[in-house]
Design a protein around this ligand. Structure first.
Ligand SMILES: *[C@@H]1O[C@H](CO)[C@@H](O)[C@H](O)[C@H]1NC(C)=O
Ligand SMILES: *[C@@H]1O[C@H](CO)[C@@H](O)[C@H](O)[C@H]1NC(C)=O
Ligand SMILES: *[C@@H]1O[C@H](CO)[C@@H](O)[C@H](O)[C@H]1NC(C)=O
Ligand SMILES: *[C@@H]1O[C@H](CO)[C@@H](O)[C@H](O)[C@H]1NC(C)=O
Length: 275
């Protein structure tokens, strides 16, 4: 009995030492993560005041940043940022470089803001461990950086609805874990990367001026094919219109028939005539 208690005490003691060691180890990252968020806040224009009202740094409680809007920590009482999700917050400015100091970040979502300018060329140093990057629906310009191909943990990469131009770096095809990829609605041209992945379809590339290569049409024979596609499309419109008319006409006739008074009288008259 006496011995058992002692064993428990020893266990608790060792546990506490481990916990202290881990906390000390992490506190290095914690300071850095707080600086990361401070820098993000300072570098963005917060047009709707979301960050202004929620991101208050005048608090030294461990893990206080974990209650910030859009911030998810690895553990709620430890200022170590896991995900940052600042979508649709009316944020303006350039890609926030301060993210580089959130050294354990796995997800960044800045979609649906008014961010502009090019992406940093050393983006692989900023987002080393990120598995999900969503920058869609902003106004980013310039080329998609080649260095994104070094962010080898990426599963989700959404760059759609921006103003990216030039070619898509073929090296992105090396992203072996990628599952969701979209660059739709940009100003991209040239050959698309060879992702050996059936989940990446033509939709990933829609509405760019000139992309080609699997799963799109083969590069180098653009004019003929695109005109055939156009003809097909206009045929589809014609067929759809014809079908719409075919279905719509009897339908609208039925719909209006009982309402039009003159027709009603006609029906009554016809019945009387019959009987
Ligand atoms: C930020 O918030 C403070 C108090 O919450 C307010 O007084 C100030 O006007 C806000 N600033 C902006 C730019 O919204
Ligand atoms: C500081 O943050 C903690 C945890 O988020 C919260 O419970 C506390 O109310 C905050 N204190 C102040 C003064 O804002
Ligand atoms: C990241 O942290 C380092 C060290 O505190 C600092 O020198 C650097 O300016 C920070 N980076 C950004 C972009 O704020
Ligand atoms: C990827 O990272 C490695 C190691 O840091 C570097 O040598 C290489 O140049 C990077 N590749 C690209 C395309 O940036």
């Amino acid at each position: 009995m006496h011995l058992l208690l002692r064993k428990q005490d020893a266990g608790i003691f060792i546990g506490s030492v481990l916990w202290l060691l881990l906390s000390c180890g992490f506190s290095f990252g914690v300071e850095s993560d707080i600086n990361c968020l401070k820098s993000i806040k300072a570098s963005l224009e917060d047009t709707l005041g979301y960050l202004n009202s929620s991101w208050d740094f005048n608090n030294n409680t461990e893990g206080f940043i974990c209650n910030f809007l859009g911030v998810e920590c690895w553990h709620p009482h430890e200022s170590k940022v896991l995900n940052i999700k600042l979508s649709d917050m009316g944020l303006k400015g350039q890609f926030p470089r301060g993210v580089e100091n959130c050294t354990s970040l796995t997800g960044l979502d800045l979609s649906g803001n008014m961010l502009s300018g090019p992406l940093p060329h050393d983006i692989d140093k900023i987002l080393t461990w990120v598995t999900s990057l969503d920058l869609s629906s902003n106004s980013f310009t310039g080329q998609i950086p080649l260095q994104l191909s070094n962010c080898s943990y990426l599963i989700v990469l959404k760059l759609d609805n921006n103003k990216f131009s030039g070619t898509i770096p073929p090296e992105l095809g090396q992203l072996s874990k990628i599952y969701t990829f979209s660059v739709a609605n940009n100003q991209l041209s040239g050959q698309v990367p060879n992702f050996n992945n059936p989940s990446i379809t033509v939709d990933s590339y829609a509405n760019n001026p000139g992309l080609c290569g699997k799963p799109l049409e083969v590069c180098g024979s653009p004019a003929k094919k695109s005109s055939i596609v156009k003809v097909l499309n206009s045929n589809n419109v014609a067929i759809a219109a014809a079908a719409g008319f075919g279905f719509g006409f009897p339908f609208s006739f039925c719909f209006f028939l009982p309402r039009a008074p003159s027709v009603r009288y006609l029906v009554v008259f016809a019945r009387r005539f019959k009987s």
